[in-house]
Write a protein that binds this ligand. Structure first.
Ligand SMILES: Cc1cc2nc3c(=O)[nH]c(=O)nc-3n(C[C@H](O)[C@H](O)[C@H](O)COP(=O)(O)OP(=O)(O)OC[C@H]3O[C@@H](n4cnc5c(N)ncnc54)[C@H](O)[C@@H]3O)c2cc1C
Length: 481
């Protein structure tokens, strides 16, 4: 448990409280990545009627990878992509930019679910990451990619055992990982809170997420994908052998549909009970001065995560701002998604407290941006797939906070499912299996809030899990951002 949390610890020092208040005073309530002068103009909305071989719904990574790969597999295929707002405005443009090879939300979670299949899933995950890097290079996507790996740090003694176990698993799967003691961890990044760490050097790359989305859209256009933004699909119906999708000002008739709509209500209604929106929050500092950088080190520029159930993730941007997010995971009754939820001052204050506890050397630094976003959380923490309308429609969702890399894999799965053929991917038990659905309200919020409360208590009690969490563990269920 983090010692300073003004919501639970009235003893927060007056000095720290003042530092926090000052640090947030000028922050813009907007996403750092999307606040970019190179942000491209939107494509024209769909108007009138048209036809296509494949319609992709959603202009985040899921949709963009699906459209791009569809064209690469078959350049003659006529592909239309419909995005309700603008390319990358949602999770894809506002995430932490940790692009991981893991397809299972980490090795430990994958081993819980599909132990026998993990060697294959790890291999596919590596191939997937290599495919992403290949596309970034082939299309010269300027997404500030850095191959620095991920450093996971322990800030409580009990977390050292977890880190050692994870290190062994990494070695078993052939990762290029090193286990670090407190001094070695602090030599990488200097925080008095660090007790040890593990640095997985080749399974995660860092990207500017919005630029990756915009670059993928450019690549799609280069290959001939017709992109329409501000084109929300309100209905999807079958007419004979074809599907018809309608937007406010147009419609498209198509053979096949791929849904990359993530946390938003699926056009396949039966998918909806499997995913809930959980809000995650992020902040960015002003650029660090040379002196501030020297004070914390971080010459390896790794992406960093700490090891509590409620964890923080953080990284440097290419111009040396620190992006700092995570910890709170907020669910709203009725699975509501609302732009008003993108800002949450009480969470930003707690995140700032934790930031200055981690880096007291940075006392006085200001946050310039605060934002949040909804994560498509499912009970097994990694994506699930399916089809509808007699195999004419496929979906991939449930990435649960680790979709920057895995969405490309999800796109391949959707295309394989739509082909109707049995392939290596469609035969995977993890692709054929499904998570447990969430119960309807009001039970849903009861379950989610009890789980959140239990997770916070576990962090306070040296990781000790209560009866509720143990029961969920027994059934392989959970709740995470
Ligand atoms: C704050 C935050 C931090 C994160 N950090 C990380 C991280 O560091 N690493 C990581 O791996 N993952 C992270 N994630 C998760 C990751 O961003 C997502 O898994 C990934 O972006 C999902 O991509 P997507 O295309 O499926 O969804 P989205 O990017 O949400 O795109 C879905 C799109 O579908 C559109 N849409 C929905 N319904 C319709 C409709 N009916 N008609 C037309 N369009 C529609 C939406 O407008 C939206 O643009 C984070 C997420 C958040 C919110």
């Amino acid at each position: 448990m983090w010692p300073q949390d003004s919501r639970t610890s009235p003893s927060l020092s007056a000095a720290l409280a003042t530092t926090v208040t000052r640090s947030l005073a000028d922050a813009e309530p907007t996403c750092w990545w999307l606040d970019d002068e190179d942000r491209p103009d939107a494509h024209e909305p769909l108007t009138g009627t048209t036809t296509a071989d494949l319609v992709v719904v959603g202009g985040g990574y899921s949709g963009l990878w699906t459209a791009l790969l569809a064209k690469q597999y078959n350049p003659a295929r006529d592909v239309v992509l419909l995005e309700g707002r603008t390319i990358g405005w949602a999770a894809s443009g506002r995430n932490g930019g940790f692009c991981s090879a893991s397809l299972t939300h980490g090795q430990a979670n994958g081993l819980d679910w599909y132990p026998a299949d993990m060697p294959r899933l790890e291999r596919l995950g590596r191939e997937n990451l290599a495919g992403i890097l290949g596309t970034i290079s082939d299309f010269a996507i300027d997404c500030k990619m850095e191959q620095t790996g991920e450093l996971r740090v322990a800030t409580q003694p009990y977390q050292l055992d977890d880190i050692a176990a994870d290190f062994q698993t990494m070695l078993d799967f052939g990762d290029d990982a090193v286990l670090l003691d407190a001094e070695q961890t602090r030599a990488q990044l200097n925080s008095p809170t660090y007790l040890g760490g593990v640095w997985d050097r080749d399974k995660t790359v860092l990207v500017d997420p919005a630029r990756l989305a915009w670059g993928l859209a450019d690549a799609c256009r280069t290959l001939g994908v017709r992109i329409h933004e501000n084109s929300h699909v309100s209905t999807m119906d079958r007419e004979g052998d074809t599907m018809v999708l309608a937007t406010d000002h147009g419609s498209v008739q198509t053979d096949r549909v791929a849904l990359g709509t993530n946390v938003f209500p699926s056009l396949l209604k039966r998918v909806r009970p499997y995913v809930i929106p959980v809000y995650d929050y992020v902040m960015a500092t002003e650029p660090l001065t040379r002196e501030q950088l020297t004070a914390i080190g971080w010459s390896g520029r790794q992406g960093v995560g700490d090891s509590g159930n409620q964890f923080h993730y953080y990284r440097l941007t290419d111009d040396n701002c620190i992006l700092w997010g995570g910890y709170d995971a907020i669910y709203h009754f009725g699975s509501r998604i609302d732009p008003a939820f993108d800002q949450r001052l009480s969470t930003f204050r707690v995140l700032a407290e934790h930031f200055f506890t981690t880096f007291p050397q940075l006392d006085g630094i200001r946050f310039t941006h605060t934002w949040g976003g909804a994560i498509d959380t499912c009970s097994r923490f990694f994506p699930f797939f399916g089809t509808g309308f007699g195999g004419r429609v496929a979906h991939a969702t449930g990435y649960t906070g680790l979709g920057v890399g895995a969405t490309r894999f999800g796109a391949q799965v959707m295309l394989d499912l739509l082909s109707g053929k049995r392939t290596e991917l469609t035969s995977l038990p993890s692709v054929r299996g499904k998570p447990v659905p969430f119960p309807p309200e009001p039970l849903r919020s009861g379950v989610v809030n009890l789980t959140r409360w239990s997770v916070a208590r576990a962090d306070e009690k040296q990781g000790k899990r209560n009866l509720w969490l143990k029961t969920l563990d027994r059934f392989g269920l959970g709740f995470d951002s």
